[in-house]
Design a protein around this ligand. Structure first.
Ligand code: HEM
Length: 370
């Protein structure tokens, strides 16, 4: 999509497409404004797509203040850098276990490593049995997938998820535990518990938001390093460079390329009139390649001086899981480098991109290791 973004930043930085009627926004400053100015651009677009609503429409990612702030506060402490740091040994163990299976020098790293890791971590935090992982993975792939076949299956998947979490809620009510499900069902906002739909929305959001995205961050990292010879050796000889390398991957191959908002009133962006009710698509993937902010934006450079990417969004909806995603990415790469002397992409096997305009990454990536 990057050449298209570039052309649009120059020729039509704010553009309504005639097919879907969506208002696409491509320049860094404009994307930031649409993402962060919640008084002008609402996140309550869920109902614009699905008038019947549902748990996802009641989750923080689709709410505006004041409800958004109150619900986010319930879990924000569990996701601070200090809290997630405590997960480090558990994450390392998951990574080591995934790599401990003997493989003959060549394997699909998405299937075997980058995809099971985040789903195992979040299942542990929520307090749901890791043995149900295949089910979680199928659900979350569907919800964030954004392709036609996903839309067709969505109602059935939603029904399955709701039944599953309803059972979990009943179990936790009988027997509370030290996990996020218990924290959410016991939480009080203005003297009341959350509605059932809000609790379900929270569980589903937490389960799906960090899976595909973190998987993509790690797989995209391997692709970026392989395309830029020397990078793998550079970070191998100085592991302290890994966090910076991850930031550059987040910018260069942003796992979330686009987000939605709804314009609340008539407004103007970059001189273009946008009517109230317009569905906005701020393109994060384009903002992160904007040459006016990132010199030589189409080059991957882990030593980039100032990296003000917005891969985790901007403002009040800034990714709750950013510290966790960064930590998982760092440990996943460290563990790979410790386990193998050589890691390269097998260019003879297919490198299969994901079929979505929202999440950006790989469905399949074969690596050769020794
Ligand atoms: C929000 C990206 C990992 C949970 C967001 C947003 C972005 C994003 C762009 C902003 C959405 C908006 O403005 O409407 C990413 C990327 C990730 C990642 C690129 C991995 C590299 C995670 C993880 C979790 C998580 C691991 C948690 C388990 C959330 C939640 C929100 C969110 C709950 C909604 C926050 C709110 O509305 O206040 N993420 N995310 N994300 N993310 Fe992430």
């Amino acid at each position: 999509p990057f050449p298209w973004y570039k052309a649009m930043r120059t020729s039509k930085p704010v553009f309504r497409d005639s097919e879907y009627g969506l208002w696409n926004v491509f320049r860094y400053e404009d994307v930031k404004r649409v993402l962060s100015n919640f008084k002008e651009f609402s996140s309550q677009f869920g109902k614009a797509f699905n008038p019947a609503g549902g748990p996802i429409s009641e989750s923080i990612i689709n709410l505006d203040p004041p409800r958004h702030t109150k619900l986010r506060n319930i879990v924000s402490r569990a996701f601070t850098p200090r809290s997630v740091e405590k997960m480090e040994p558990a994450i390392r163990e998951i990574c080591e276990n995934l790599l401990s299976v003997h493989r003959d020098g060549k394997f699909d790293i998405v299937k075997e490593y980058t995809s099971p890791l985040p789903v195992t971590v979040i299942a542990t935090m929520l307090g749901i049995p890791v043995k149900d992982m295949n089910k979680f993975k199928r659900w979350s792939d569907n919800v964030v997938g954004g392709s036609e076949s996903n839309y067709a299956e969505f109602p059935a998947i939603m029904k399955e998820m709701i039944e599953y979490f309803r059972k979990m809620m009943v179990e936790r009510e009988k027997e509370p535990r030290d996990d996020l499900i218990t924290a959410i069902i016991n939480a009080e906002v203005d003297g009341d518990h959350l509605s059932e739909l809000e609790s379900l929305g929270f569980f589903i959001l937490l389960l799906v938001a960090g899976n595909e995205t973190t998987t993509n961050l790690i797989s995209n990292s391997l692709l970026c390093f392989d395309e830029n010879p020397g990078t793998m050796n550079e970070i191998r000889s100085d592991k302290g460079l890994i966090p910076r390398a991850i930031e550059e991957v987040l910018r260069y191959r942003s796992p979330v390329q686009s987000i939605y908002r709804v314009a609340i009133n008539d407004t103007e962006i970059n001189g273009v009139k946008v009517p109230a009710g317009s569905i906005m698509v701020p393109w994060i993937g384009s903002a992160n390649r904007d040459e006016s902010i990132f010199p030589d934006a189409d080059s991957f450079d882990i030593n980039r001086k100032e990296n003000r990417h917005i891969a985790f969004g901007e403002g009040i909806h800034y990714c709750l899981g950013a510290p966790l995603a960064r930590l998982e990415g760092k440990i996943a790469l460290e563990t790979l480098l410790e386990k193998y002397h050589m890691i390269t992409i097998d260019r003879n096997s297919p490198i299969v991109p994901q079929d979505s305009t929202i999440v950006y990454g790989l469905k399949e990536l074969t690596v050769k290791v020794s």
